[in-house]
Design a protein around this ligand. Structure first.
Ligand code: UD1
Ligand code: CA
Length: 467
């Protein structure tokens, strides 16, 4: 039997943030979500999250995990005090308790599996995850013999200068035989420099306690401030990019690219510099994204290119050409072989196949068929100041440059709209609609004089000589 307890009640004062520390984001997921994920591979019988500071925020961030039980630590009086709060919840529990710190987000599940296996094999009272760090500053130091049997853990600020030299640190990840821990938890004292109840103090009273060093010390990096958070994010980014590079994705100048772990990328995709892929995003095989693009909660179809553009909450079909400088948002969708050119904005618009919107357009709340050609500067006037209205354009229709389609409006199939038209009435199939003022040209007119002799030849300014 394994119960997992995650310490997540602390404020994280050193973060200087309104948000509780464990809710800070690393590559698209909160620290606490990552910690839970790291143990998700084990067969866990109980999940307990200890919450306190802004506990309701932490609870609601985990609302989609119905198996999690929340344990309230009203006052944050130390990690030992936090674990004491479990006593009434695990009164009859006889199994092992895996304790994870909510601010140690880079753990691999294989490491936790190894911790649990060692713990069981040696029938330890406790097994703790340790690492040897060249710069152990800030961490509790672990003192053990050659067989890795632990005598005690001393917090950095409670160390004497000689103890501080010890480079083996406590990762804050422990496996306890719960009945052994439960028996001594009530006796914890707070006679240390912080006046807190330290979980690490139980080690002196348990036997045997064994340390296991992690192979990759990066895994147990905790973060207490934003510098350490940024360093942890860099580690995650590197892991994610290595994964995609190994899976057949080309990243040009990887350091300038960020990719959330929640993103899926097909083979032979090229990601160009300064491109950011976030949230629930999927990039189809052979697509080329960037330079300079942001794709968030979006799907990009196979073989499409997205150049210097922003695509959010939308789906681009296969073999599309997007950008430079297009903005696709708010559940827009395109079919195959579409083109969205420079300064084109799509919002809640659906385009059929091979529809082209090449320059300077806004299409909002619109449905366009196949092979529609949207002329430069076409605007759907979708908002009357109170409500949004829909525009529909049928297959193979064309809008002339600078057309305004005042919604609600329907343009049929194979219709043409003349350049500069303001269309306020539906346009049936196979028609030409012209909605613009007729041009008046006044011959013999020049600024400053009422009339000029019509016979005066126009002067060519390039040949005019100055007197
Ligand atoms: C802790 C360990 C230290 C270890 C380090 C690893 C103790 C006394 N020290 O130190 O040996 O090297 O982690 O990262 O345990 N929390 C609560 N309630 C509280 C206090 C803290 O839930 O009353 C939670 C925090 O939200 C955090 C975790 O416990 O997720 C660790 O607390 P923190 O104050 O960051 O401990 P460290 O000083 O880092
Ligand atoms: Ca910490």
């Amino acid at each position: 039997m394994v119960a997992v307890a995650i310490l997540a009640a602390g404020k994280g004062t050193r973060m200087k943030s309104d948000l509780p520390k464990v809710l800070h984001d690393l590559g698209g997921k909160s620290a606490i979500a990552r910690v839970i994920e790291s143990a998700a591979g084990l067969s866990v019988d109980r999940w307990l999250v200890i919450v306190g500071h802004r506990g309701d925020w932490v609870r609601s961030s985990l609302a989609d995990l119905p198996l999690v039980e929340f344990v309230e630590q009203t006052e944050q009086r130390g990690t030992g005090h936090a674990v004491q709060q479990l006593l009434p919840h695990l009164a009859d529990y006889e199994g092992d308790l895996l304790v994870l710190n909510g601010d140690v987000p880079l753990l691999r599940s294989s490491t936790l599996e190894a911790l649990l296996a060692t713990h069981r094999k040696h029938q330890n009272a406790a097994t703790i995850l340790t690492a040897q760090l060249p710069d152990p500053k800030g961490y509790g130091r672990v003192f053990c013999d050659q067989n890795l049997l632990v005598q005690e853990i001393v917090e950095d600020r409670d160390c004497n200068p000689q103890q501080r030299q010890n480079q083996r640190i406590n990762a804050g990840i422990y496996c306890f035989r719960w009945p052994a821990l439960a028996a001594i938890l009530p006796q914890l004292k707070n006679d240390n420099s912080q006046g807190e109840y330290y979980l690490t103090d139980v080690i002196r009273d348990l036997q045997p306690v064994m340390a296991i060093d992690v192979a990759d010390p990066e895994e147990i990096w905790g973060f207490n401030d934003r510098l350490q958070l940024a360093a942890a994010c860099t580690v995650l980014q590197r892991r994610t990019k290595e994964h995609w590079l190994r899976s057949g994705v080309t990243l040009i100048d990887p350091n300038s690219i960020t990719i959330d772990e929640t993103v899926t990328i097909g083979p032979d995709v090229t990601i160009e510099p300064q491109t950011h892929l976030r949230g629930q995003t999927t990039i189809g095989a052979g697509a080329r994204i960037g330079p300079g693009s942001l794709i968030e909660n979006a799907t990009i179809g196979a073989g499409s290119t997205v150049l210097y553009s922003v695509v959010v909450d939308s789906a681009i079909g296969p073999q599309n050409q997007v950008g430079p400088f297009a903005h696709v948002r708010g559940h827009a969708e395109t079919g195959a072989d579409c083109r969205l050119g420079n300064f084109v904005e799509l919002k809640k618009a659906q385009l059929g196949n091979s529809t082209k919107v090449s320059h300077l357009s806004y299409l909002g709340d619109a449905t366009l068929g196949n092979q529609v050609n949207v002329g430069a500067g076409t605007i759907t006037a979708n908002y009357d100041g109170v409500n949004k209205h829909h525009t529909t354009i049928g297959d193979r229709s064309k809008t002339g440059a600078n057309s305004v389609l005042v919604a609600p409006i329907t343009v049929g199939c194979d219709a043409t709209i003349a350049a500069g038209s303001t269309i306020t009435e539906d346009v049936p199939d196979d028609t030409l609609a012209i909605g613009r003022a007729r041009q008046t040209t006044k011959p013999g007119w020049r600024l400053g004089s009422a009339t000029v002799a019509i016979t005066t030849p126009a002067t060519d300014p390039t040949t005019e000589t100055t007197p």
